[in-house]
Design a protein around this ligand. Structure first.
Ligand code: NAD
Length: 473
């Protein structure tokens, strides 16, 4: 018997089978989640399809009001949702620099309200004696959302609120590692919306694959790994589904010689370690000019020495790595770096269990072709690389199949901006990294994804264009 239910057509639905959800800090079972199969997927898609005509016909003002109401309803349950986030995801409530569960909750509420205020106006491109030509934005239909385990609630909101705002109905599948917060949030959201507009099913990757190839889903919005994104793209061809894919990143940062190390080290540390490094657009490769290389290494190691890692239910800066597979990956990358003779400034050894704990680890003097540099570690471990020539640093930063974010740090903002614009990535920051906001588009180039989220540009991705030509002659 599951402790949670699917929600299909506004009703709680239980399943014959369930799957356990673990607390990554204790490896104990937190709850059983409902395991949906093809039958539940078909029911959810059918409910979303039935609800579509009425929902897409609601006025823009009414949908805006309801998105605000969802933000208010989720905020009213903040404490409960944050506790669930810590239990299943592992992140502490406050955490380092206040970037824990409370931060995710705050972002969730802020994105609801900001998206509620966005509109897609009709674009009149001609209005003369011959014709009036209008460009309208129409909902794509039923949107399938597939989310990962790093920000379960925030990413669910990033996917579904713009979809609903622009008149689509939704079927969401959270990660099998972290389904509980989303299942609970779906109940709260269903208290606000008409039945069938927001449906939730939980299960593993095979359920996501069935969504991607479902003939009655019109769009998939997915955040997760690049290999899974590629599989979704293949399956989506069955009915030419629209896609927004927000995939892996291996963001580089270039720190120029004139940078004030003491002033920027805390921000570099925070944006690399945000969410224990389990953030798609975290700073993951740090290239530092040789003149300040040792100072930067020592400054980062000094901050690392002052932070705590432990069970997120206590007063700690960082929690565990979210799951065993990811933990094993981080451990293997650290081992490979050691075998290559890299210099560990702190950390490097897994902490005693139970729980998937790995300490904050800063690694210097590491080769460009080490796994820790070439692959996305998605954990609390940062490689620091040395450069002497800026063009060489740029070439190394861009030598990646990923292209999510990147940054340049310097006292000379004009020089840093010029260099940042040459980074091959969807967002380039100057003297910052990983900063996002609801009105600025965010997405990846190269193998980091397709399309953008947030703001007007993100909202447009949930629509098809209809050109209306009214002849006057
Ligand atoms: P994943 O891509 O395997 O899983 C993400 C979601 O996709 C989950 O809901 C999963 O059930 C679903 N899924 C799995 N296989 C699927 C398929 N064939 N078709 C459709 N959906 C499918 O990612 P993960 O296992 O959670 O993490 C693996 C790697 O992904 C990490 O090591 C990390 O590098 C990366 N990652 C990136 C982000 C990001 O925000 N960019 C987030 C989480 C993980």
């Amino acid at each position: 018997m599951s402790d949670y239910n699917l929600i299909i057509d506004g009703k709680a639905v239980s399943t014959a089978e369930t799957f356990p959800v673990l607390n990554p800090a204790t490896e104990e079972v937190v709850a059983q989640a409902p395991l949906a199969g093809e039958a539940e997927l078909n029911q959810a898609v059918a409910a979303a399809r039935r609800a579509l005509p009425a929902w897409s016909a609601t006025t823009d003002g009414e949908r805006s009001r309801l998105m605000h109401a969802i933000g208010d309803a989720l905020e009213a349950h903040s404490e409960e949702l944050c506790k669930l986030l810590t239990l299943e995801q592992g992140k502490p409530m406050g955490g380092f620099a206040g970037l824990g569960a409370g931060f995710e909750m705050g972002g969730t509420v802020a994105w609801c309200h900001a998206t509620a205020e966005m509109t897609l106006d009709v674009d009149v491109i001609q209005d003369n004696d011959v014709a009036r030509i209008e460009v309208h934005r129409k909902p794509v239909g039923v949107v399938g959302s597939i989310t990962p385990w790093n920000y379960p609630l925030l990413i669910a909101i990033w996917h579904t609120i713009p979809a609903l705002r622009s008149g689509n109905t939704v079927v969401i599948k959270p990660s099998e590692y972290t389904p509980l917060t989303t299942l609970r949030a779906a109940q709260i959201i269903n208290d606000v919306l008409p039945p069938g507009v927001f449906n939730i099913i939980s299960g593993d990757g095979s359920l996501g694959a069935a969504m991607s190839s479902h003939p009655d889903i019109n769009k998939i919005v997915f955040t997760g790994s690049t290999p899974t994104g590629k599989k979704i793209m293949q399956s989506a061809s069955c009915n030419l589904k629209r896609l927004t894919l927000e995939l892996g990143g291996n963001d580089a940062a270039i720190v120029l010689a004139d940078t004030d190390v003491a002033a920027v080290a805390p921000a570099i540390f925070a944006t690399a370690l945000i969410n224990n490094g389990q953030t798609c657009a975290a700073l993951k490769r740090l290239y530092v000019h040789e003149d300040i290389y040792e100072d930067m290494c020592q400054a980062l190691a000094g901050i690392a020495a002052s932070v705590t890692t432990g069970d997120g239910s206590g007063e700690v800066d960082f929690g565990p790595v979210q799951n065993k597979a990811q933990y094993d990956k981080v451990c293997a990358m650290a081992e490979e770096a050691k075998d290559r003779g890299a210099r560990f400034l702190c950390g490097g050894e897994p902490m005693e269990g139970p729980g998937y704990f790995f300490p904050v680890t800063i690694v210097a003097d590491i080769d460009d072709d080490a796994r820790l540099v070439c692959e996305e570690p998605f954990g609390p471990i940062l490689p620091v690389l040395k450069f002497s020539d800026v063009e060489d640093a740029l070439q190394r930063a861009n030598a990646s199949s990923c292209g999510l974010g990147g940054s340049v740090w310097s006292s000379d903002v004009a020089a840093a901006t010029a260099l940042a614009s040459r980074l091959e990535c969807g967002t380039a920051w100057v003297n910052n990294h990983a900063m996002i906001q609801p009105d600025a588009p965010f997405g990846g180039v190269k193998e980091s994804g397709i399309g953008v989220e947030f703001g007007r540009y993100g909202l447009e991705e949930y629509t098809n264009i209809q050109t209306l030509q009214i002849s006057k002659s």
